[in-house]
Write a protein that binds this ligand. Structure first.
Ligand SMILES: NC(=O)c1ccc[n+]([C@@H]2O[C@H](COP(=O)([O-])OP(=O)(O)OC[C@H]3O[C@@H](n4cnc5c(N)ncnc54)[C@H](O)[C@@H]3O)[C@@H](O)[C@H]2O)c1
Length: 439
């Protein structure tokens, strides 16, 4: 792929309505992207069905939810949950009595991890165990789901799974250095990728973020055939990330958060959609803008890509809603600071020499550089310092709007999607929100 393929126009839902079924493939936690899509499905009158990643039992094996946990999760989702634990990845899988990949990572130390070698035959056994466990659970989920879809109804599968960071202290320390380490604490992201630890983590990311979508496409074939034979339609969407076009010096230009270690897995996710598409399945990965969620908080400075959305709102027409939003955001800053200054800081950052090598779509995901991390983390901290309260941030306000906008854009586009991988950039996000709130 040489360039991104932006979604060009706002489309409306023409397929889904009352009694059709929306299946959320990933558990809903808090403020994540999936909430935007679920709101659209509910507004269309669809029945929402969810799954769970389960909870760890005393041996760290995924177990089903207890009745109390299930009731809480269903209330949070606003729909039934199929209570079979669907945790992707193999970091906690191993043959009885042997070390799991997380145990192996725990044997590493902050001093020796770069030279620490792994037994790849053992890792492969764990990987097979993990994927077979997932596929086994998935076939039980599909059996139950099949009974919950009335004949003649349409089905919308929304994949949201992403993750795979092993819960090992040493990795948390390394991640902190890679995503936040400046000056003497800088750690090249490439050193992680080249180590056995990094190779293990990339495999696990691929399993959670990409292969889970492949398994879903495969395991739902029988159901898809049944729905289609009865005249119904089936769609699949997944959340991707592959950089975003945002306003830089008043032009929409592709940029990315660096280093996005999960990028290889996100490209594998796009490949699953592309090959399904070739088989006539309408599966689309929507590459979404950078926002702050529970999952993205580890990426220090990710919000620098989000702040220029404020300028996109003005470029796409502005209006009373946009003015009110600017005012609300301005109100989150210290009296001596202004949004203009915040945006100027972002612009200085984007146009700085250190950032120029990173506007390279084909080389994505590029390794970080010391100067780049220094600028990304430094600018982010300076902007947080301009706020009155460190936990009431302009980027959180904007994140909520992007969640709503992507929900509307994806739900509308899924009826007749243009292709298997589409980018939701700041121009369409701004346009859709202005349309929603009235210019
Ligand atoms: N936050 C961003 O900036 C951003 C940008 C573009 C795309 N996305 C994508 O949007 C999607 C939702 O992410 P989010 O940022 O809203 O955060 P989130 O924490 O709300 O969502 C993460 C999802 O992954 C699931 N998950 C995590 N580990 C899992 C595992 N081992 N097995 C099965 N499921 C697992 C969770 O249940 C949850 O549904 C992800 O695919 C993410 O990569 C996020």
């Amino acid at each position: 792929m040489k360039t991104s393929r932006p979604l060009k126009a706002i489309s409306s839902n023409t397929v889904f309505g009352e009694g059709d079924v929306f299946v959320l493939f990933g558990e809903l936690f808090g403020r994540g992207y999936a909430t935007g899509l679920i709101d659209q499905a509910k507004a269309a009158g669809m029945t929402v069905i969810g799954i769970t990643v389960g909870r760890p039992d005393e041996n760290n094996k995924p177990r089903a939810l207890t009745p109390e946990e299930l009731a809480e999760a269903e209330a949070n989702l606003g729909g039934k949950i199929i209570n079979v634990p669907l945790r992707a990845g193999f970091e906690l899988d191993a043959p009885e009595g042997t070390a799991t990949p997380t145990d192996l990572v725990n044997e590493m130390t902050i001093k020796d991890w770069q030279d620490h070698k792994l037994d790849w035959d053992h890792v492969e056994i764990c990987r097979d165990l993990g994927s077979n466990r997932f596929k086994g659970a998935l076939s039980q989920v599909m059996e139950q789901l099949d009974t919950m879809i009335p004949t003649g109804k349409n089905v919308f599968f929304a994949h949201t799974m992403a993750g795979g960071i092993p819960r090992a202290k040493v990795f948390m320390a390394i991640a902190n250095r890679i995503y936040k380490g400046r000056g003497a604490r800088y750690m090249p992201s490439q050193s992680l990728i080249e180590s056995d630890l990094g190779k293990l983590i990339l495999k696990n990311f691929e399993e959670v973020t990409a292969n889970s979508f492949g398994y879903l496409l495969e395991a739902s074939k029988t159901l898809r055939d049944r729905v289609e034979a009865a005249g119904g339609e089936v769609r699949y969407t997944a959340y991707g990330y592959h950089g975003t076009r945002i306003l830089i010096e008043d032009e929409y230009r592709w940029q990315t958060y660096t280093n996005y270690t999960q990028g290889y897995a996100k490209m594998a996710l796009e490949n699953f959609a592309e090959s399904a598409w070739k088989d006539g399945v309408k599966a689309t990965v929507f590459n979404c803008p950078e926002i702050r969620t529970n999952s993205s908080d580890v990426f220090a400075g990710i919000e620098l890509s989000l702040l220029p959305l404020l300028q996109a709102f003005k470029k796409e027409g502005g209006g009373a809603w946009v003015d009110a939003l600017w005012q609300k955001c301005e109100g989150m800053l210290k009296p001596e600071a202004s949004l203009e200054e915040v945006l100027q800081k972002v612009s200085d950052y984007q146009t700085s020499e250190a950032m120029q090598p990173f506007y390279n779509f084909e080389a994505w995901p590029m390794p970080n550089s010391a100067e780049q991390v220094d600028k990304t983390v430094g600018t982010s901290q300076e902007i947080v310092d301009m706020h009155s309260e460190r936990n009431v941030l302009v980027s959180d306000e904007l994140s909520q709007h992007v969640v709503a906008a992507t929900g509307m854009l994806m739900f509308g586009e899924a009826s007749q999607p243009e292709g298997p991988a589409l980018w939701l950039d700041h121009d369409l996000v701004a346009k859709r929100l202005i349309q929603e709130h009235g210019a």
